[in-house]
Design a protein around this ligand. Structure first.
Ligand code: PGA
Length: 248
């Protein structure tokens, strides 16, 4: 069983969201996998209501605020997202960290808020090209992981991790299966240490960064890669179906 997740970023308004679900035909293996789509917040209602949406496709939001309500113009809270039909949320996507300046501490607060509201967070970690060249991959991804783990105060509630090397996102550059396996192994070992092996085993670690139908299979067979988080190649219904098919 793999997780196949589509992060639509700032693409697909309500009309394009309805069109996506009306043309999406999931392959016959879909029931063996967990399938997630993260539309923009303004398209969530259209995705929830899309009559043709297969209930196998679960929905999430791409970002939340850590407070439950208040004077935070432009933000949405975890409880609002949940009420609107989201079951999942991304937190700490590299575009949030690097374009909008989110810190590890803010990501941890969002992670905690999601869990408190009953949303399943997908915490994203990953190094920049400069950090990779400076041999700092482990240090960076463990720092980012430790920040979210420090907010895990109860055994309740699920979460997922995604390793998304910043240099591989939207660039056509994909980590090799060996690069992915090395980073995922590092994350898996820390999860084991922090949560104990049986709880850690319930945390899937997704790979993201230029995943396409043509390379998904190879990445999914790398060790400790439990799923994929896909941007560009998740926008087209046929391509998304092909990604699910590639999960085997
Ligand atoms: P990409 O994006 O597949 O377009 O590289 C992945 C992501 O940012 O989640």
């Amino acid at each position: 069983m793999a997780v196949v997740a589509g992060n639509w970023k700032m693409h697909h308004g309500p009309r394009a969201t309805r069109a996506f679900f009306s043309s999406l035909t999931l392959p016959s293996n879909a029931g063996s996998h967990e399938i997630l789509v993260f539309p923009s917040a303004v398209s969530l209602a259209a995705a929830v209501a899309a009559p043709e949406r297969d209930p196998l496709v679960q929905l999430g939001v791409q970002n939340i605020h850590w407070e439950d309500k208040g004077a935070f113009t432009g933000e949405i809270s975890a409880s609002m997202a949940r009420e609107a039909g989201a079951a999942f949320t991304l937190v700490g996507h590299s575009e949030r960290r690097h374009v909008f300046g989110e810190t590890d501490e803010e990501v941890a607060r969002k992670f905690k808020a999601a869990r408190q509201a009953g949303l399943v967070p997908v915490a994203c970690v990953g190094e920049t090209l400069e950090e990779r060249r400076a041999n700092r991959v482990e240090e960076v991804i463990l720092r980012q992981l430790d920040a979210v783990l420090s907010s895990v105060d109860s055994a309740e509630g699920r979460f997922l991790l995604a390793y998304e090397p910043v240099w591989a996102i939207g660039t056509g550059e994909t980590a090799t299966p060996a690069d992915a396996a090395a980073a995922h192994g590092t994350l898996r070992a820390r999860l084991d240490e922090a949560l104990g092996p049986s709880r850690a085993a319930r945390v899937p670690i997704l790979y993201g960064g230029s995943v396409k139908p043509g390379n998904a299979r190879e990445l999914l067979t790398a060790s400790n890669v439990d799923g994929v988080l896909v941007g560009g190649a998740s926008l087209d219904a046929a391509s998304f179906a092909a990604l699910v098919e590639a999960a085997g």
